[in-house]
Design a protein around this ligand. Sequence first.
Ligand SMILES: [Zn+2]
Length: 298
Amino acid sequence: MPWFKRADKGIQTPTEQKKETPDGLWYKCPNCKTVTSMAEHRKNLNTCVQCSHHDRIGSKEYFAILFDDNEFTELDENLTSGDPLSFVDSKPYPQRIASTQKSTGLKDAVRTAYGKVNSQNITIACMDFAFIGGSMGSVVGEKIARAIDHARKTRSPFLMISKSGGARMMEAGFSLMQMAKTSAKLALLSEEKLPYISLLTDPTTGGVTASYAMLGDFNIAEPGALIGFAGPRVIKETIGKDLPKGFQSAEFVLEHGFLDFIIDRKELKNRLSELLSMVLLPEDVTTASKTKKAAKAS
Ligand SMILES: [Zn+2]
């Protein structure tokens, strides 16, 4: 007689009674399943220590990675969305905005700021996927347009970090107008010979890909990022063919000529500085780095 006998087949414990490790202590990579402490994972800029899988992060983390000593001045901090269409889905749009602002601590899906990256002045706009899927509505468009104006006024380069599900449904046509507005502002930036670098992160899709994200003097991406316009299912149904492996990954998009290069997050800051030092006009190089160079030369 065995001392243990399984009376029922399979695991019977209901999900809510299963024991989980507490959140925030350990990190398990969704790609290679390596487990590391959360502290180690954060130190590695939220990329896997084993396979370098890049986790999604928000504007707070990107600003901390890029700006010297995490010092920056935020632009148009309090711009929030109206409700031009009196839109209601499962709840009215103003209510959705208010509850998302409360849960994320963000005002909308983009934050814009200026500061220094390795002593070089720069204006950065960074999207937050946590805010209604990083959707582009009128506030996102307006803040990006104003950030570009700020770059023009201060003659600083402009970096856009995109992370978006596309245009914001609740603002319909008003969202689509942001594509034209931001593109027109980028044309002015280009006329004034100021560099625009576009960083596409996971995911960059829809109207964002179709406007400012693909208009950079350099279009760069994080490894493994999903980059596309329409979703794979829609494309598959339209063309009636199976899609190739790795379709819409940053690596696939690079191979097909839509990206200039892929950059590991851990190298982002220094590679960005190198790039800017190659393309900036001498008069737009910040005094601080000029002084440093002068000191080195003497
Ligand atoms: Zn991994």
